[in-house]
Write a protein that binds this ligand. Structure first.
Ligand code: FNR
Length: 368
């Protein structure tokens, strides 16, 4: 179907399902076990209701913001998704080019199909990137990777902490891994298990011994802000703050890790409450992000109202480039823009700062 027919982010998923090879669709769309968490990621947003304000002169509305001190045209960043070349020959570069054109921040995946340098070399002057890190059992490899990223101007290090072992994504596990050149750099020279799907084949280097004791080491090897990606409860949010990191992502990895883990928006309520109780929130030096199931600007505004600085979006951007390349990603960004304009006007919020807790009724979330 022509790109003009795409009018919301769900459409990209439907088109991707039509055009992608079976193996790519299985890897991208799968979630762990019974796929309960991936469904809940959508449903939780539907339990949050707006409390709109009227008569506020919304002739101009502005949804731009800053994330870790970096300008962003949207309160949304492109979250890391691995193996972009399974879905498009240009892989992650589709994201890079679209992000450059529209002032959106891209988080580069450790397991991107394009090499880190290929992505950075394709960047526009001054383009902002974050780096997603899977920590290698060999810390020298990790140290070099992180320090190289910092040298090349990456503005934030998102350490994935919810994947000491990859989840059982059964749709994906039914596929045999065949190396077709879409693989990531880091897997080279590594022993891979080829009989259990793409995810397991590429992830054997990840260190399951990673612990809170390692955080000072990361702080000693880089000056980039450190963010822990994959926090699922208030207790760990408090530990993260006390460890001196600059932020957390409340995430269940798009439903791909622990099945029946709660959604990020649900977790946000208890995290803000626990941090506030200890005087840790609000703190301009500690940002909270949410990801998983965000498909509408209204979802983003709900997360912001409840205390998030910005949200991460994974599959929609991935599906957009699988179906339409760079242009698809640009269209996805445009859809967000149109939706922000309408939703902020109808909500009575002229800027992101106007999006306050009183604008939502979250009493149907269980941790309220
Ligand atoms: C991911 N995600 C992910 N996260 C991470 O830290 N490292 C990674 O390599 C990947 N790879 C990856 C691949 C694919 C195909 C998907 C769908 C997701 C998780 C990602 O960063 C983010 O947390 C979720 O995708 C957010 O959920 P939505 O937006 O996809 O619903």
């Amino acid at each position: 179907p022509p790109l003009d027919n795409v009018i919301n982010l769900h459409d990209f998923e439907n088109v991707a399902k039509l055009v992608l090879p079976e193996k790519a669709w299985a890897y991208y769309s799968s979630a762990s076990d019974d796929e309960i968490t991936i469904r809940e990621n959508r449903m939780a947003y539907q339990r949050v209701w707006f409390r709109p304000r009227i008569l506020r002169d919304v002739s101009t509305v502005d949804w731009s913001t800053t994330i870790l001190g970096q300008k962003s045209s949207l309160p949304v960043y492109i979250s890391a998704t691995a193996l972009g070349k399974l879905g498009h020959p240009d892989g992650e570069l589709c994201l890079t080019r679209a992000a450059a054109k529209h002032g959106v921040i891209q988080m580069i995946a450790t397991l991107a199909s394009c090499s880190f340098d290929d992505i950075i070399n394709a960047a526009a002057p001054g383009q902002t990137f974050f780096l997603q890190l899977y920590v290698n059992r060999d810390r020298e490899i990790t140290r070099k990777y992180v320090q190289h990223a910092e040298k090349r101007g990456v503005k934030g290090l998102f350490i994935t902490v919810d994947a000491p072992q990859l989840g059982r994504r059964e749709k994906d596990m039914r596929m045999k891994f065949v190396d077709d050149g879409a693989g990531a750099e880091v897997q080279k020279g590594q022993e891979v298990k080829k009989d259990q799907g793409v995810a397991r084949a590429i992830s054997s280097f990840i260190d399951p011994s990673l612990s809170w004791k390692d955080i000072p080491w990361f702080q000693s090897i880089t000056k980039m802000p450190i963010i822990l990606k994959g926090i699922g409860c208030a207790e760990d949010a408090v530990l993260a703050y006390e460890a001196g990191v600059q932020g957390i992502v409340l995430s269940n990895h798009g439903g791909r890790q622990l099945d029946t883990a709660r959604s990020g928006i649900e977790v946000l309520i208890e995290v803000v409450k626990a941090l506030r109780l200890r005087g840790y929130y609000p703190d301009p030096k500690f940002e909270i992000y949410v990801d998983g199931g965000v498909r509408r600007a209204s979802d983003v505004l709900k997360a912001i109202a409840l205390g998030a600085t910005a949200v991460g979006v994974g599959r929609p951007f991935l599906y957009a480039f699988c179906a339409y390349g760079q242009e698809g990603v640009e269209k996805a960004i445009q859809i967000f823009r149109d939706e922000f304009e309408m939703n902020m006007r109808l909500l009575g919020a002229r800027t992101i700062k106007d999006v306050v807790p009183e604008m939502v009724d979250a009493s149907s979330l269980s941790s309220h």
